[in-house]
Design a binder for this molecule. Structure first.
Ligand code: SF4
Length: 270
């Protein structure tokens, strides 16, 4: 079994660093733990290419990484779901597909702050076997007497800071803009919808042709995944710890995508 951890896990276990958190999860019995932010870098790379085509055609696009936002569009704005929503899978799904492609004999468990991901993992195109929340994993660590802050660990397979920032509201749009910058292409105008009400408002504007940007980033939880329903720490505490730990991470998205090779991994829903 592999575990894949959502970017929002950074800063969730007191002073434990990401390598310490990953190692602690391995001690629960997983063969290896990967950051979903590696999948987020690949998604941003792919989503920018899709957005560039849409910009050329004068059509706005929405993100597709928050399953609650995706379902909101699917149920209440079906035309936008069909015509404007990015067809790129979520970072969770992209990384799970990559691991299943390389190791078809392994299972993949996603660990995140989100209940909607439990539903996404049951979609017909899924590569994820099970979904656990941070709360559930914290309970397992307590039962096993594992204190992540005391575990010895070293960093490996790390993503860019942009992939890690998918955890925070506005982070997806910034990552897509970063890809455009790295490819020396036109910068997209991003609009961030913070929470369900704002998502609904922006989708309504898009439905009636009044949306003002190129890309709408929709997050059902106000503040993004660091404010998801199963986080352990207050969002501002986690945000501060993330900023501190990510100082010094200079990796570009291109470097991340090249180092953790997604070649041949199907990146689209359809
Ligand atoms: S914003 Fe909330 S509902 Fe959406 S993926 Fe993050 S935790 Fe899940």
């Amino acid at each position: 079994m592999y575990a894949i951890v959502a970017p929002a896990i950074q800063g969730q276990f007191d002073s434990a660093t990401l390598p310490q958190i990953k190692k602690s999860i391995e001690l629960l019995g997983f063969e290896k733990v990967y950051e979903v932010a590696l999948g987020a870098d690949a998604v941003a790379w792919e989503e920018q290419a899709e957005l560039a085509e849409k910009m050329e055609a004068g059509v706005p696009m929405t993100t597709s990484c928050c399953p609650a936002f995706v379902n909101l569009a699917k149920m209440h704005f079906p035309q936008i779901y069909e015509n404007n929503m990015s067809t790129v899978v979520s970072p969770m799904m992209a990384l799970a597909r990559k691991l299943k492609k390389d190791h078809p004999d392994h299972g993949v468990i996603f660990i995140g702050p989100c209940l909607a991901k439990k539903q996404e993992a049951m979609e017909s195109f899924t590569a994820v076997d099970y979904v656990l929340t941070f709360e559930e994993v914290a309970a397992m660590m307590i039962a096993k007497h594992i204190n992540p802050a005391e575990v010895e660990a070293k960093e490996e397979d790390y993503p860019s800071i942009f992939g890690r920032n998918f955890a925070q509201g506005g982070g997806v749009g910034k990552a897509v803009a970063q890809v455009a910058k790295e490819k020396a292409m036109a910068a997209p105008v991003g609009v961030y919808a913070d929470g369900c009400m704002e998502c609904k408002k922006q989708l309504t504007l898009m439905k009636f042709g009044k949306f003002t940007g190129n890309i709408l980033e929709g997050m059902a939880c106000p503040g993004g995944c660091i404010a998801g329903p199963a986080v352990i720490e207050p969002p501002m505490v986690a945000k501060g710890r993330m900023a501190k730990e990510n100082i010094g991470n200079q990796k570009t998205i291109e470097e991340s995508v090249e180092s953790f090779d997604f070649t041949g991994v199907p990146m689209h829903r359809k």
